[in-house]
Design a protein around this ligand. Structure first.
Ligand SMILES: [Zn+2]
Length: 297
């Protein structure tokens, strides 16, 4: 789907086996920036995504060989899974934040440290990152245009968002939670700070998240605002359940939270437990925004 003059979105469906016999239909977006003589790819989807991405490129009259750069927003399986096949096929340069690189170049290390269900079905294997990125770096996309790197950790270490000035498009990866979706992050405060950083971007015409449809104009800012509110909603749910089910283990606490938030029971997995633990670390602070405001003063 063409989103703006230069930016295209490719939706990649996949099935996640969250437990034996329990399968969850998910999707992830990857994005393409079409410059005159080259293509910049944002994220690589899951294992096997190469076919879907290349088919799209060919259907729109371009060639996969034009992919000069692949920029990775973060190291999670649905963003790096198809990387090895793509890099091998077109020999593109790859770029990611320095804190994300170890999990991309050593996927077994990632699996050991974050054992996501179905990991090895989602990830083809490790691949090399050619350019290490830092906050405010610029990544050339071709034709004198570029992406600005915005460091937005919290969902994952080394998570970056990218702003494409030519079309005023913000690529936010996975850092904006969506109401009703499974909230996944490892650091609540970093997540909040990251969203505030994105809210301060002026003139955003389109917000492109990896797990949401394109949001144009004001509705992009609205999604950021609602995403921020999600953190307090989840925080209150965790703290309330902790009080009412005092003494029970983290697992049952997480199950209660899922019920309170009206999330599907399938949300109960090791990754969601990390989110709950991240909130428990801040259990002394019932109002997240009060302390955030104090920290910003
Ligand atoms: Zn992610």
């Amino acid at each position: 789907m063409q989103v703006t003059e230069h930016v295209h979105a490719v939706k990649i469906p996949f099935v996640l086996e969250v437990a034996p016999g329990k399968r969850l239909n998910r999707f992830v977006y990857v994005y393409l920036i079409y410059e005159d003589n080259s293509i910049c790819l944002i994220d690589c989807g899951v294992a096997g995504s190469k076919e879907v991405i290349f088919d799209y490129i060919i259907k729109t009259g371009r060639s996969p060989e034009e992919i000069a750069t692949a920029v990775i927003t973060h190291a999670h399986p649905d963003h790096i899974g198809g990387g090895p096949g793509i890099q091998k096929a077109v020999n593109c340069k790859t770029a990611a934040h320095i804190e994300a690189v170890r999990w991309i170049e050593d996927t077994e290390l990632q699996f050991n440290e974050r054992p996501v269900p179905g990991f090895h079905e989602l990830v083809e294997g490790p691949f090399k990152i050619n350019f290490l990125l830092y906050d405010e770096d610029r990544v050339e996309t071709g034709g004198g245009k570029s992406l600005t790197v915005i460091y937005t950790p919290g969902h994952s270490k080394g998570h970056i968002s990218l702003f494409y000035e030519a079309d005023n498009v913000l690529f936010s990866g996975d850092c904006v939670p969506l109401p009703g979706e499974i909230p996944i992050y490892e650091d609540v405060f970093s997540s909040i700070k990251s969203l505030v950083t994105l809210q301060n971007i002026k003139g955003m015409a389109v917000l492109l998240s990896s797990w949401d449809e394109p949001r144009y104009g004001d509705s992009g800012y609205e999604v950021l605002k609602k995403g921020l509110a999600c953190f307090q909603e989840i925080h209150s749910a965790v703290l309330n359940e902790r009080i009412s089910s005092r003494g029970s283990d983290a697992n049952s606490l997480a199950l209660y939270v899922i019920k309170t938030l009206g999330l599907p029971e399938i949300a109960m997995n090791p990754v969601f437990l990390k989110t709950v633990e991240a909130h428990l670390q801040l259990s002394r602070y019932p109002n997240l925004f009060e302390i955030r405001d104090a920290a910003l003063r």
